[in-house]
Design a protein around this ligand. Structure first.
Ligand code: MD3
Ligand code: FE
Length: 203
């Protein structure tokens, strides 16, 4: 079922649930070659979320700033290709939300351990903000914060659960958002983690 959240933002509940085992297996394969890392922010903080990527480009961060790159910075390895089932899921979700020409070139994979969080931010490192972002939540649930166009604006809280897919386009694309600390738990497929895939068109 779907829940409109704001103009341009559509939650498609459980869309990925019956595909979760193969998505999680692919995440493990990707992480076997390009392990999850806790990046350092330009402000010098170690992120509580661990990240890896697949696709032509991957998002990374270091003391000098945020960037998309075709290589993992420390190892110099390229990112593994985006699995076709990942791409198909992202394209189908975008289409359902009214974005029929979405073709992602990057997939950021976030891994949350209990207590991990993502503070309010905007996603502004991509070239064309007319392109949506598609997110897929797997494993432990989390409370998502959806804000406005300025950091201090009021936020709505939305629970994102295993299999939920959200398409963030139109004016919602530039809204502030974040994730509250993930509560400890054990998910039958994902264990003690929450995973989030974000599909992006970067270039
Ligand atoms: C709203 N990830 O990776 S997904 C991120 O659950 C990120 O890991 C969160 O924010 C996570 O940048 C939230 C939902 C999401 C992703 C991108 C957005 C919401 C968004 C971009 C614009 C507006
Ligand atoms: Fe974000």
């Amino acid at each position: 079922w779907t829940e409109p959240l704001a103009e341009g933002a559509l939650i498609i509940r459980r869309l990925a649930r019956d595909r979760a085992e193969s998505l999680l297996a692919a995440i493990n394969e990707i992480a076997a070659g390009n392990p999850f890392e806790h990046r350092i922010t330009p402000g010098g903080h170690r992120m509580s979320v661990a990240m890896t990527n697949c696709g032509d480009l991957g998002w990374t961060s270091n003391a000098r700033g945020y960037q998309y790159s075709d290589r993992e910075p420390a190892s110099g390895k390229t990112w593994p290709p985006m699995p076709e089932h990942f791409r198909h899921l992202a394209i189908a979700a975008a289409e359902q939300a009214g974005f029929p020409r979405f073709n992602p070139d990057a997939c950021l994979i976030n891994r949350y351990e209990p207590g991990a969080k993502l503070t309010l931010h905007q996603d502004k490192d991509e070239k064309d903000f007319h392109q949506p972002i598609v997110s897929v939540s797997l494993g432990l649930p989390a409370v998502f914060l959806f804000g406005g166009f300025e950091r201090g604006d009021a936020t709505q809280r939305v629970l994102l659960e295993h299999g939920d897919v959200v398409v963030w386009g139109g004016p919602s694309r530039l809204r502030f958002h974040g994730i509250l600390p993930v509560k400890p738990g054990i998910h039958p497929l994902a264990g003690a983690f929450r995973y989030n895939l974000t599909f992006r068109r970067v270039r």
